[in-house]
Write a new protein. Structure first.
Ligand SMILES: *Cc1c(COP(=O)(O)O)cnc(C)c1O
Length: 376
C-alpha cells in the first residue's frame, strides 16, 4: 500500500470487543483485573495494560503508527519532542560516554545535550555535519552516538544520511536523527540505516498546533530501553494528547503535500524579489517541494519590524508546522541564547525570517509576503 493509504488503514489500534471506527480515548490512570491469573497474564505479555505511565493503548497507538510510517519495527510516544530525544539518547549513552552532535541542531536539543546531559557527565562535541571530516575527527574511544537532523533549522540544510550511516558503521556508533522537519512523507531515515528516528510530534505529526508530544522509533531492543527511560523518568504522554496526535496523523500526507507545494512556490516567488537577499529552500530535493519551511533573509534596507507588522493574517508564533502559515524571527527567539559567533556562523542575522507555510491558497500566501515587502 502507498504511504497515503497506509496512513489511514494501518495506524488504528483495533479494539477487541466494541468495534468503534476510531480508537476510543482510554482516559484512565490504570487498568483492572478480576484475579491474580489475569494479573499474571499481564506480566506474561498477553497484551493487557497495567498503569498508564507504564503503557496506554492511545500512546501505544501513536508510537506504533509513526513506526509504521517510518518503516521501523518499534516506536514509543512521550510527553514532548525533547523528552523523546532524551529517551533516545539515554537508551544509548550513560555518564562518561561521548556524543558527537551537529552544530545546527534545534535550540532546545542543543541546550539539552550541552547543558543538562553535560551536567550529568555525558560529554558532547558539537561540529558542523556539513563537513564529515570534522565529524570523524571528533570521534573518540568513548564516543557512542552521532546525532543530527534530516533537515536543519532555520537554514534548511539537508543531511547526507547515507554518509552519516557509513561513518557510524566504521566506528560502530549508534545514530540518532531528528526527522521533525522532513517527516516520513519526505524522508525515512530508518530505511537508510539510521538507528533511532525522533519527532517533535508537536509539529507536522500532530499538525494542528494543539498538542505537545514526541515519538521515537527504531529497532525493538533500543525502543525497549528508551521506553524504560520514559516510564522511569515519568515523561509519558497523556492518552488524550496521544489520541489528538493520532487524529492529526491521518492527514499527514495531505498536509505535507499541500504545504510543501505551497512552500516551494513561495520560495520561487521570493527568490526573484529585489528586497530579498537570500532564500533558503532545498529546491534540488523535489519538484513538488521538500518540506514546508522557507527561510528568507531581507535586504538590510528593509525595516524588519515594519515587515512583520505588514503581514496581516500571518502571525509571529515561536513554533512551526501547523496548517496556518506563521513566521518566526530566529535571532530574537529560537537562536537568541547562542553566542554571537555561533549566530554568525549559522547565518542567523537580523533580517532572517523563518516562514512555516500552511495550507492556505498559494496566491494568498505569495501575496501577503510580497505586499508586506512593498509596504514595509
Ligand atoms: C520543536 C522541535 C523539537 C522539540 O520538540 P518539543 O515538542 O517542543 O519538545 C525538537 N526538534 C525539532 C527539530 C523541533 O522543531
Amino acid at each position: 500500500m502507498k504511504f497515503e493509504t497506509r496512513i489511514l488503514h494501518q495506524t488504528n489500534k483495533q479494539t477487541r470487543t466494541i468495534k468503534s471506527k476510531i480508537t476510543p480515548i482510554y482516559q484512565t490512570t490504570a487498568f483492572t483485573f478480576n484475579d491474580l491469573d489475569e494479573l499474571e497474564g499481564y506480566y506474561q505479555g498477553n497484551g493487557n495494560y497495567l498503569y498508564s505511565r507504564v503503557g496506554n493503548p492511545n500512546t501505544d497507538e501513536l508510537g506504533e503508527a509513526v513506526a509504521r510510517l517510518e518503516e521501523a519495527p518499534a516506536g514509543v510516544a512521550s510527553s514532548s519532542g525533547l523528552s523523546a530525544i532524551l529517551a533516545g539518547i539515554l537508551a544509548v549513552v550513560k555518564s562518561g560516554d561521548h556524543i558527537v552532535a551537529a552544530d545546527d541542531l534545534y535550540g532546545g536539543s542543543f541546550h539539552l545535550i550541552t547543558g543538562e546531559l553535560a551536567d550529568l557527565g555525558v560529554e558532547v562535541t558539537v561540529v558542523p555535519f556539513s563537513d564529515l571530516e570534522k565529524v570523524e575527527a571528533a570521534i573518540q574511544k568513548h564516543t557512542k552516538l552521532l546525532y543530527t537532523e534530516s533537515i536543519t533549522n532555520p537554514t534548511l540544510r539537508v543531511e547526507n544520511l547515507e554518509a552519516v550511516v557509513h561513518l557510524a558503521r566504521k566506528y560502530s556508533l549508534t545514530t540518532l536523527v531528528d526527522n521533525t522537519f522532513a517527516t516520513p512523507y519526505h524522508c525515512k531515515p530508518y530505511t537508510k540505516g539510521i538507528d533511532l528516528v525522533v519527532h517533535s510530534a508537536t509539529k507536522y505529526i500532530g499538525g494542528h498546533s494543539d498538542v505537545t508530544a514526541g515519538v521515537l522509533v527504531g529497532n525493538e531492543a533500543l525502543i525497549e530501553k528508551a521506553t524504560a527511560k520514559i516510564v522511569n523518568l515519568g515523561t509519558n504522554l497523556s492518552p488524550f494528547e496521544a489520541w489528538l496526535t493520532c487524529r492529526g496523523i491521518k492527514t499527514l500526507a495531505l498536509r505535507m503535500k499541500a504545504q510543501s507545494a505551497n512552500a516551494r512556490k513561495l520560495a520561487e516567488a521570493l527568490r526573484e524579489h529585489s528586497f530579498i537577499k537570500q532564500v533558503y529552500y532545498p529546491f534540488e530535493h523535489g519538484e513538488d517541494g521538500y518540506g514546508a519551511i522557507v527561510t528568507i533573509e531581507l535586504q538590510e534596507t528593509v525595516d524588519i519590524n515594519g515587515f512583520f507588522r505588514q503581514l496581516s493574517w500571518v502571525k509571529i508564533a515561536p513554533t512551526l508546522a501547523g496548517v496556518q502559515t506563521i513566521v518566526t524571527h530566529p535571532l530574537t527567539t529560537s537562536h537568541r541564547a547562542l553566542p554571537k559567533k555561533a549566530q554568525e556562523e549559522l547565518g542567523i542575522t537580523m533580517g532572517l525570517v523563518r516562514i512555516s507555510v500552511g495550507i492556505e491558497a498559494e496566491e494568498d500566501i505569495i501575496n501577503v509576503f510580497t505586499q508586506a515587502l512593498e509596504n514595509a
